[in-house]
Design a protein around this ligand. Structure first.
Ligand code: AMP
Length: 399
């Protein structure tokens, strides 16, 4: 059975085709600059060289058609016919309070995703375009939606409610939802397997730190708290996002700088975080390079970033009343030896003991980086959200 995984953005579509029989990736790629006459399709078929095609792609239906054409291309394809794709799984950012698991796409499900456009205006409408584009090209192929928020629907009210006028919740569903759920769920399951300990007996803190960053407290396999909130802006400091701040900063800055709602939103989402403090880059690689060369702003950005990761781990150790496993994942978490060290060196009170040699881990492998005597197993687990989407899709379609 083959499953096509789609992550549709407003001007891009990423895809990955899995053979579920042996869990292999047959091909992956992306279409970028949808809406322009110079859109780019990059296709990476397994065992063949990468193909790049520039053409006019004005909307998502054409983008999906190009992807499907490429998958059955005589030279670069990996399938004989589109009929060999048995199901399609979509990443959907916001499932609101409607969805605590992945579901098969129906008219009712589509209505609910549309209902959530207000809560995720940059994401959910684009995902909807992806779903409709698959329908237009592939008829009634079963489609499944996998939500970034679903894993965190197990949070108790004391974790998800904001202490604000209740009518904002009852009328507009203003509450904390959390994101990166597919990743937090995946790495916690992998950690349990890696250590050969049952998930329902574990207190796990997972730190998904990439361009976006979030931390989750996972008790017996269920999320009980996470650092992102109504939107992916809350929580840890990120590449270009502020993370936590006093909400009064927003109204104060709007008044002083004469900013509109859109402008302040853009400042906090696109012009804050590592980028703002370093004045250099949102990329941790460039920050650490500049820091090594003595750049003080880069050093402050790094220190603030690491400090906030450490604070969240401490908070979640409190939420869980202890911690058995600490997981680092995503771009920064999987790759930055120095960030992991900066975070863990301040967690000795929890019994965290990093093994510096093990911490110098190679990329792409699951590894324990704590010492044998550490009270907490510290793991690096490469995340794989696409695989989780493929797996949920397979399971729902086979049921
Ligand atoms: P992600 O959003 O998970 O794809 O993570 C992307 C981010 O990971 C990049 O913006 C970098 O900041 C970070 N990253 C990737 N490779 C490294 C590395 N070798 N060292 C430090 N940070 C890295």
């Amino acid at each position: 059975m083959n499953v096509l995984v789609i992550n549709a953005g407003s001007s891009s579509v990423k895809y990955q085709l899995y053979n579920m029989n042996d869990e292999s990736v047959l091909a992956k790629g992306r279409v970028e600059r949808i809406g322009l006459d110079s859109a780019i399709l990059t296709h990476e078929p397994e065992g063949k060289s990468e193909v790049r095609e520039v053409s006019e792609i004005l909307e998502h239906t054409t983008a999906i058609k190009k992807v499907l054409d490429m998958l059955v291309h005589r030279e670069f394809g990996v399938l004989h016919s589109i009929k060999e794709i048995d199901a399609v799984g979509h990443r959907v950012v916001h499932g609101g309070e409607f969805f605590s698991t992945s579901v098969l796409v129906t008219e009712e499900v589509k209505k609910k995703i549309k209902h959530l456009f207000d809560l995720a205006p940059l994401h959910n409408p684009a995902h909807m375009l992806g779903i409709n584009a698959v329908e237009a090209n592939m008829g009634d192929v079963p489609q499944v939606v996998v939500f970034d928020t679903a894993f965190h629907q197990s949070m108790p009210p004391e974790a998800y409610m904001y202490a604000i006028p209740k009518i904002w919740y009852s009328k507009h569903k203003v509450r904390r939802y959390g994101f990166h759920g597919t990743s937090h769920q995946y790495v916690s399951e992998r950690a349990s397997r890696f250590l050969n300990k049952p998930l329902d007996s574990l207190k796990i803190v997972s730190a998904h730190i990439g361009n976006g960053a979030s931390c989750a407290a996972i008790l017996n396999g269920k999320s009980i708290d996470t650092s992102m909130g109504l939107t992916p802006l809350e929580g840890m400091m990120m590449g270009t996002r502020s993370g936590d701040l006093d909400p009064a900063v927003v109204t104060f800055a709007m008044g002083k700088e004469d900013l509109t709602l859109n402008e302040v939103n853009s400042m906090l989402n696109k012009h804050s975080g590592l980028q703002a403090i370093s004045g250099l880059s949102s990329d941790m690689r460039e920050i650490t390079e500049a820091m090594d060369e003595g750049d003080k702003n880069a050093k402050l950005a790094f220190d603030m970033y690491a400090y906030r990761v450490r604070k969240y781990i401490g908070a979640y150790a409190a939420a869980l009343n202890g911690i058995d496993i600490l997981i680092f994942t995503a771009g920064v978490g999987e790759n930055s030896v120095i960030l992991r060290k900066a975070v863990c060196d301040g967690l000795t009170y929890l019994g965290v003991e990093l093994d510096d040699h093990r911490n110098e881990t190679g990329r792409g492998i699951e590894k324990r980086i704590s010492s044998d005597s550490s009270a907490v197993d510290v793991l690096v687990i490469p995340t794989n959200e696409e695989w989780m989407i493929a797996r949920d899709t397979y399971e729902l379609v086979m049921m």
